[in-house]
Design a protein around this ligand. Sequence first.
Ligand code: ADP
Ligand code: G6P
Length: 464
Amino acid sequence: MGRLVVVSNRLADPRKPAAGGLAVALGETLKKTGGLWFGWSGKVVENGTPGEGELRVNQAGPVTLAELDLSQEDHDAYYRGYANGVLWPVFHYRLDLAHFEAGHLGGYRRVNQLFARKLFPLLKRDDIVWIHDYHLIPLAAELRAMGCEARIGFFLHIPLPPPPILTAIPSHEWLMRALFAYDLVGFQNHADLQHFAQYVQAEATAEPVGPNQFRAFNRTVHANAFPIGIDVAEFQRLGQAKEARDTYESTKAEYSRRRLLIGVDRLDYSKGLPQRIRAFRELLRLYPENRHSATLLQIASPSREDVEAYGDIQRELESLCGSINGDFGDFDWMPIRYIHRTVARRRLPGLYRACAVALVTPLRDGMNLVAKEFVASQDPDDPGVLVLSRFAGAAEQMKQALIINPYDTHGAAQVIQQALQMSQGERRERHAALMENIRRFDVHWWCREFLDTLRSSRAAPVDS
Ligand code: ADP
Ligand code: G6P
């Protein structure tokens, strides 16, 4: 069996904690399989030459990490400008937040070419190459142009919007054509897969040539949904370790007379944080019995602070939390505890377990691993309740959660009240069903399923 080569923009030492679904999931996967993980080092060289970057290769346990520096100009155009200023907002249905600039597309292509130039010499004949996420869509096409014949798969961690939204991207034909350089393309759920099928049939006149196989541009690509999961066993082990237990005990002691609700997210406009806070305010307004007795703990880790829209959402959130605490708070109770920081991963299971309700309420999300982590952390005899947005990819699998529409403030508040009042019997039943699903479709299932499909789905070579 060939070596696994994983490529993603965001790299993380698999021995250390990370925030962000991709780094967490790939770290868990590679710790088990070993292999090469290639990506951006996180370092930006101020006066570096565009299209150039130093590569450092180091061993991190069973994983070889190949870390590439980026010049400031490349970083600004590729990461800040195109990946996070165009693809992220559009793929999350936020055309209003997208900024299209030709120079950013140029930088995106240049960095994908740089990745290909640096990666290609490291590849061995029978490697299996797995490329991740929206930063690197054209990477396989660049590798193929250099003569790479390895099996190459692509997984999109974020949603794929339907054609009327996708086609707003000025370079959408080029971008989507690049997907045909892969042997297999994976999505988080069936809705995204459908959007892909609709796009390639309408815009690229691709023909379905088999179940989930599409032929266009002289290539056949396989596509399917592979919902990502968490490492349930590992997360539960973490939950039994001292740091998580201490966190549980101290949180329980501090809130002994109060119900705790929790939100854990990167501070991103896709996460629906202002809508969540407004729903919590509505809960306090509609059901005054929660005043003095319910606290929302919102932990938001800093993210992409050099992108304008992220500064805006941070200010909005701070002002909302401030006004609710001012309106409803008392000298011995604050309704919202807002923490703008990344919490140590070792403490998360203890924190989740101490909470009666989790609010996982994105406006749009590829999957949302926090929903699964919360469920995995609960005491099965006395579990907390998951309130989940219908717009999270996870909602396709986690049907026993309480599903809300995050735009409906009043309706969301009613559901949160339902969660706070749910009987122990119902909580147990829902939790058991959710656990069964996340155990079955864990991160190892995801990895196995994708790689087995990739191994058996060789796309036909380019026709002569
Ligand atoms: P995304 O990939 O968009 O960030 P996910 O919910 O899929 O969203 O994954 C987020 C991951 O990062 C989870 O593993 C979660 O535990 C972790 N994470 C998010 N926010 C924080 C935070 N404030 N502190 C610690 N870990 C965090
Ligand atoms: C999401 C994306 C990942 C990204 C992560 C953190 O999970 O799908 O590709 O790595 O957010 O964002 P960042 O910009 O810090 O890498």
